[in-house]
Design a binder for this molecule. Structure first.
Ligand SMILES: CC(C)(COP(=O)(O)OP(=O)(O)OC[C@H]1O[C@@H](n2cnc3c(N)ncnc32)[C@H](O)[C@@H]1OP(=O)(O)O)[C@@H](O)C(=O)NCCC(=O)NCCS
Length: 248
């Protein structure tokens, strides 16, 4: 089972509401951020992952021992969970699984500038770049983000960054999502979707993807919101339709 959680840090949320759920070391680290955007990403991702894990472990969020090694996925010894996080603007996504290595990615669909065809030609597999060039312009940006998030989720599942290159894993999106070449040999599953979110009275769209080293896939997806200044989370199940690809 992959358990995904989403958090959107809009203007109605006070940073102080989230701080109560962080460890003392994380609160100190947050206080030292000069870059406001990076500080918010840090706060949102730590709050979300702690609340998500605390819900599974029935432990206080601030008490969990979580490491965030540079250039690697986060790690928590308790519960034997594999963890993944991603942020894009005010949105933050995390995934946990106690059965399979996993990784996730979220991208604001308008956040990457430039022509998706040029970026795809440069970074993606030539077949993916050709498919993207052939798709109707109205669908192209969403397809591009779908591919990008799937690839990044696969690479993060392996514990790799983007430096390893984005040609592999390789996908086709139409008529249905398929993984043509997995990131490494073995069983894999991928899921991708898009969601619309109201942020500060505007509607934003995000592409989301998750990957796992498993041949079966069940996804549970929740949106978490801080309930009050204790940092406790209100949880709402999201019934999102996922495109799924399973294969070796
Ligand atoms: C890791 C990487 C793929 C993340 O991509 P991104 O779109 O910038 O960021 P996302 O929000 O989707 O993901 C960030 C999270 O991925 C996780 N992560 C970092 N490296 C990872 C890895 N090798 N494998 C899995 N997860 C990783 C971290 O938890 C990070 O969260 P944090 O920054 O809040 O600690 C990308 O930054 C990369 O390739 N980095 C390699 C180079 C590097 O490590 N530079 C360090 C900064 S100089």
């Amino acid at each position: 089972m992959l358990k995904l959680a989403l958090f959107v840090f809009d203007r109605t949320i006070e940073p102080a509401w989230l701080l109560a759920a962080l460890s003392a070391a994380e609160r100190d680290r947050y206080a030292r951020f000069n870059n406001r955007k990076r500080g918010r990403e840090y706060l949102a991702s730590r709050w979300l992952l702690r609340q998500h894990l605390a819900g599974q472990l029935a432990a206080p969020a601030e008490s969990l021992a979580i490491d965030y090694p540079t250039g690697a996925p986060p790690h928590c010894a308790a519960g034997g969970f594999y963890l993944g996080i991603s942020h894009s603007g005010p949105a933050c996504l995390c995934v946990i699984s106690n059965t399979a290595h996993t990784g996730c990615d979220i991208e604001h669909i308008r956040s990457r500038r430039g022509d998706p065809r040029r970026i795809a030609e440069h970074y993606f597999h030539p077949d993916e770049a050709r498919a993207l060039a052939g798709v109707a312009p109205a669908l192209r940006r969403a397809d591009f983000h779908r591919l990008w998030t799937l690839k990044e989720a696969g690479l993060k599942t392996l514990g790799r960054g983007l430096a390893a290159g984005l040609r592999r894993p390789r996908f086709i999106l139409r008529p249905a999502l398929r993984c043509i070449e997995p990131p490494a040999p073995g069983d894999w599953s991928f899921a991708a979707t898009e969601i619309g979110v109201e942020i500060d009275s505007a509607r934003a769209r995000f592409a989301l993807a998750v990957a796992a080293r498993t041949s079966t896939l069940a996804i549970e997806f929740e949106r978490l919101t801080p309930a009050d200044d204790t940092g406790r989370a209100r949880r709402a199940r999201l019934n999102t339709a996922w495109q799924i690809a399973i294969g070796a």
